[in-house]
Design a protein around this ligand. Structure first.
Ligand code: IVH
Length: 672
């Protein structure tokens, strides 16, 4: 055999090995080791080699099937129809060429449905006679793993199709995406790290990993949502157009995305792509591009598919959320409750339109596990306003590496000897440590607590650094001149802030409790404590046992609350605040059921439009807002609720159906 041929054969085999390895890491372990781009490069290289030298193709080459492999833990099931993937591009010119082809094939009546490309875990749900029969992962495209018991735990997966509007077909196989919202992803990673488990690299892996849990109870706790976008197979129903399909899916109780649009021209596609890219950060979940689909189902059939992709659809991708950069330093941040967090300072790099220069490393054991050191080249992931994460360390080309990172023995802010608690490192100098004081002050002023808008991170830092605030109570003694001495404060804004602080002095007990930043006491538990004890005096003199009886508190947190009120230092902090004039107001009994309440609507309402609903709430003394926050009192949940519902659940905010909301209105004498 000539040497050239031998080399090519060896290269093809090497590429196959690499691709199989990365398929395994991606599909089976849910822990990819390389980016999608790097993976694509391997695959394209192999494809080119095989196309140029067909004699090199082997039946088991990854090019001969859609990638994927079963793990053995779940039963393998054939899909109702192959789950083929989309052709994708980032190039405008390729989109133009594709659009040209469609136009030539289908003529001037061509219509597209434009959709977000959801970046989650692909899933088939099969309904037989209207009942959920199975949920199957994409697997290799022909067959995947039945993860039915896990999928059943998702609130967004109807166990039976809704038949109030449209009767159920004999068989329905739906394709969609299981998504984990960004907030949920961030929270999950935080929990994993706290338990000394490995965090996920991105929400897609987190979703896929959550679906492949052996214990459905674990899946049930993960913030997952199913969003449907295609029918793979149906018996007993007919459709001619994609819009109709989506409407039917919604009728049957399946969630679809709210962001589809109709388009006819390349300009429409461009506009939609740009608009969705601009909204990408605000969606609350990951999309990695848009999908352009021929809307007419008859036309789709005529166009058919190539081996791997349908000809009638194209994914037009956004810039990646992952970039490569260098770790320039590793510092340690001290949080509000004294937790020390190692943070990688990065050579600034633009990731999906935002410059990233820091990434969290979570804790000492995580740095050790990933073996991240100063000087290393790393891949960073960023989405929305989620704190950037280091996905992986890239192998070093040459040279010696820096020494491994070590957690300092003393708090970098106050020099107190640190303590360890499981994977956490803590500075025990609560309220005495300037770093903790800065973050406590910021939290004290935040929404849900005192709600003083003007005190963010920078102002809190400056107040402590200038010695103007040594403990939270000092906030109430600040004068216009004090603020005037800080950089960036004009007299007018200083006066406004002083007035705002004075007004924030009166507040309900639950907000004061939340403001104190007692470990483990979030907005919800603060409300429970306030409801149960009613006054600050009652709470401060409560026994451990009495505290432990508070709903949702539990013995551990009861002990923390007790300790907080009996520790000499924190006790003094509270005394001083009360002496400085903090006044606990009684939650007033005001007119009407919505007085003083903040209401958020999510999903479609059947009885009224959003503006009508807003007016009604306001006429009853309430306020509506677009976003869920710690101050939200109710969420009214309509059809196909969005991310706001997940957010509300995070805060434990009361959910209300549209029916219940109507009931409230009726109570108030309003009929609709
Ligand atoms: S349609 C035959 N629509 O993107 C075409 N796919 O290969 C079927 N995806 O793994 C796919 N959002 O799971 C379609 N709006 C959308 C989508 C979407 C995300 C996923 C799909 C597939 C990948 C592309």
């Amino acid at each position: 055999m000539p040497a050239r041929t031998r080399d090519r054969r060896a290269e093809a085999e090497r590429l196959r090995e690499q691709i199989r390895h990365h398929d395994y890491l991606y599909y089976v372990r849910d822990r990819p080791a390389i980016s999608d781009e790097a993976y694509d490069r391997l695959l394209v290289r192999l494809q080119k080699l095989e196309t140029a030298h067909p004699e090199l193709v082997t039946p088991d080459s990854p090019t001969q099937r859609v990638a994927g492999r079963a793990s053995g833990a779940f039963v393998t099931v054939r899909h109702a129809a192959p789950m083929i993937s989309l052709e994708s591009t980032r190039e405008r010119d390729e989109v133009a060429r594709w659009d040209d082809r469609m136009r030539k094939a289908l003529g001037p009546t061509l219509r597209y449905l434009l959709e977000p490309k959801l970046d989650g875990a692909s899933m088939e749900l099969v309904y037989e006679r209207g009942r959920l029969a199975r949920g199957v992962t994409r697997g290799n495209g022909d067959e995947g793993e039945a993860v039915t018991a896990n999928v059943r735990t998702l609130a967004s997966v109807p166990l039976a199709l809704r038949t109030t509007v449209r009767s159920a077909p004999r068989l329905l196989s739906v394709r969609g995406e299981i998504m984990m919202g960004l907030r949920g992803f961030e929270r999950l990673n935080k929990q994993l790290v706290q338990r000394d488990e490995e965090p996920f690299a991105n929400p897609r892996n987190a979703a896929a990993g959550s679906l492949r849990q052996l214990d459905p109870r674990v899946t049930a706790e993960r913030p997952l949502r199913f969003i449907a976008y295609e029918i793979l197979a149906v018996e007993g129903a007919e459709f001619t157009d994609d819009e109709e399909v989506l409407a039917a899916l919604r009728d049957w109780g399946l969630g679809t995305t709210d962001h589809t649009e109709e388009g006819r021209t390349l300009a429409d596609i461009e506009r939609y792509h740009a608009a969705m890219n601009a909204r990408r950060d605000a969606l609350g979940y990951e999309i990695d591009g848009v999908v352009i689909k021929v809307a007419d189902l008859g036309a789709r059939e005529r166009l058919g598919a190539t081996g791997h992709h349908p000809r009638w659809a194209l994914a037009y991708k956004f810039p990646p959320r992952v970039e490569i950069t260098r770790v320039e330093d590793i510092t340690v941040q001290v949080g509000r409750t004294g937790v020390l967090t190692p943070v990688a300072l990065l050579r600034p790099v633009e990731v999906g339109g935002v410059t990233v220069s820091r990434a969290t490393l979570h804790n000492a054991s995580e740095v050790k596990r990933r073996d991240i050191r100063v000087g290393d080249t790393v891949r960073v992931y960023r989405a929305g306003d989620v704190i950037p994460e280091i996905v992986e360390r890239l192998p070093q080309r040459r040279g010696r590496r820096h020494a491994p990172f070590r957690m300092p023995a003393r708090c970098p802010a106050c020099g107190t000897r640190v303590q360890t608690e499981g994977p956490m490192t803590l500075c025990p100098n609560r309220f005495g440590c300037p770093a903790q004081l800065k973050r406590s002050l910021q939290h004290f002023a935040s929404e849900g607590a005192l709600d003083v808008q003007g005190i963010g991170e920078e102002t809190a830092n400056a107040l402590v650094d200038h010695g103007l605030v040594r403990e939270p109570a000092d906030l109430f003694a600040l004068t216009v001149d004090d603020f005037g001495s800080l950089e960036g404060f004009a007299e007018k804004s200083a006066r406004k802030l002083v007035d705002e602080i004075a007004a924030a002095r009166s507040l309900p007990l639950h907000r004061f409790l939340y403001a104190l930043g007692i470990p483990g006491i979030g907005v919800t538990v603060a409300r429970d404590l306030a409801d149960r004890f009613g006054t600050m005096d009652a709470l401060r003199s409560a026994t451990r046992a009495a505290l432990a009886e508070t709903p949702r508190l539990g013995a551990t947190r009861a002990a923390d609350v007790y300790a907080f009120f009996h520790n000499a230092r924190t006790k003094r902090v509270v005394d001083r605040l009360l002496a400085a004039g903090v006044e606990i107001t009684r939650e007033g009994r005001r007119r009407g059921p919505l007085s003083g309440k903040r209401v958020v609507f999510t999903g479609g309402l059947g009885t009224f439009t959003r503006p009508e609903a807003k007016k009604l709430v306001e006429s009853l003394g309430g306020r509506t807002s677009e976003n869920v926050g710690p101050n939200t009192d109710f969420v009214v949940v309509g059809e196909s609720p969005g991310e706001k519902l997940d957010e509300a659940r995070k805060y434990g905010i009361r959910e209300m159906s549209e029916r219940e909301f109507l009931g409230l209105l009726r109570q108030a004498g309003i009929k609709k």
